[in-house]
Design a protein around this ligand. Structure first.
Ligand SMILES: [Zn+2]
Length: 109
């Protein structure tokens, strides 16, 4: 599995509610436009896995950090060391459950 922030391979991960932090420039982004839709899409918290290094960088008072040239923000419920640790196997299990919800059947290789 790969880290949502740095893209690095990791043996185990922290499961966090995270979003990419983007600055909104109202001059170029208008509500209803494609740019605005992608902005709100990215600014929505979602579950993802990050490596231990990125988690410790993100786990600060504001839950905001700049990693690999991008800003990320983790939700309050994922801060203060509260993020669950997932092994590769637990991660796959979680992905399978998510896929099932979407009606996709992931085969084990
Ligand atoms: Zn990372």
């Amino acid at each position: 599995m790969n880290c949502f922030c740095c893209g690095g391979e990791m043996p185990d991960a922290r499961k966090v509610k995270i979003r990419r932090w983007r600055d909104l420039d109202p001059a170029v982004i208008k509500p209803g436009s494609a740019a605005y839709m992608s902005y709100t899409e990215e600014m929505t918290f979602r579950w993802a896995v990050v490596c231990a290094g990125c988690y410790s960088t993100l786990d600060n008072a504001y839950g905001v950090a700049r990693i690999a040239g991008q800003s990320f923000n983790i939700s309050g419920s994922s801060r203060a060391g509260k993020a669950r640790t997932l092994t590769e196997e637990q991660y796959r299990e979680w992905q399978r459950r998510e896929a099932k919800k979407l009606g996709v059947d992931l085969q084990d290789d």
